[in-house]
Every structure is written in structure tokens, then in C-alpha cells.
Design a binder for this molecule. Sequence first.
Ligand SMILES: [Zn+2]
Length: 184
Amino acid sequence: MLRTRGTACWIALALASLAPVAAIAQAHHHRHGIATLELTAGGTDLTLRLVAPLESLVGFEHAPRTRAQEAAIARMRETFERPEHLFHTDPAARCRPTRRNLQSPVLPGTPSADSARRDRGAESHGDLEASYVLECARPDALRSLDAGPLFAAFPRLRRIDAQLVTPNVQAQRKLERTRARLAW
Ligand SMILES: [Zn+2]
């Protein structure tokens, strides 16, 4: 009996220690000041996935402890709820957001918030992951994405490492405050 329980325990421990490793392998490189963006354009859809360290968005990476920190999280959520607060697309393409998904340990009710709660004691680093699908009425007119509003909203963010996949272009680009436009 004891041995069985011991084995089960060992397996549980092994699984628990594997879980964070798997999560890190899928995640972007967590570096303060740097976000990653995956942009995929195909058909009428423009898909964006942005991952940014919480440090670069709100200045801390733990559950809010003060009123000011709660307010910072609420402001961040409000900004990220509408991709037009972060990016400008070519007006002629007439892109409208159709889907949105936010995940972060500091946003209650999101999947990564739940896993963070299970992962007690792991108070180290945290990200916000935001995914959007925009539908464009004139996708042929979609030739660029300007991340200027994102840099303007979050002064601690220095760089976005972007990966671009369109029918004609596959490229990696680095966006900065003064060069925030991704063109293809
Ligand atoms: Zn961090």
C-alpha cells in the first residue's frame, strides 16, 4: 500500500515539475521591455498574437496588492480589450476585430490565472498574452500594421520582436518606439 502511494506521489511530483517546463517551451522568451508579436494575414483574416511581460505593461508581475496596482491591471485590461487601442491597420482595408482572447495570471477568470493559482509559490515572472482576429473587407489593401499606440500606452515597452506571415512574405522584424510600423 505504502509503496503504491509512494509511486503515485512520485508520478504526481514528476508531472508537476514537467508542467512549467512545457509551458516555458511554448512561451516567448520572457525579457523585460520586449514583447513578441505573431502576425498572420491570409484571406480576409488578420490574426495577431502578442505576448508581453507584465513588468513592461504595469511594472509588476504578481497579483495586485494595492489599489494603485489594481487600477493599473484594470487599465491594462481595458486597453487590451480593443486591438484598435494597440495597433493601426491601413484604413482602406477596413479591418474590424471579430475575436479576442486575453490570458494572464493577473486577470481573474483567464486560464493562465487559474494555473498560476495552482502553481503556488511560483511568484517570479508573468506575461500577458493577447490574441485577436480581425476581419478585413479589403484584405488586398492591408499592407502594414502600426504598433505606435501600443508603445504610446506602455512606456516601459522598448521593443517588439515580430514574426510576419502573409501570402507573400515570411519575415522577422524588430519594432521600436521610433520604428513601430510593420510593412509588407
Ligand atoms: Zn519578468
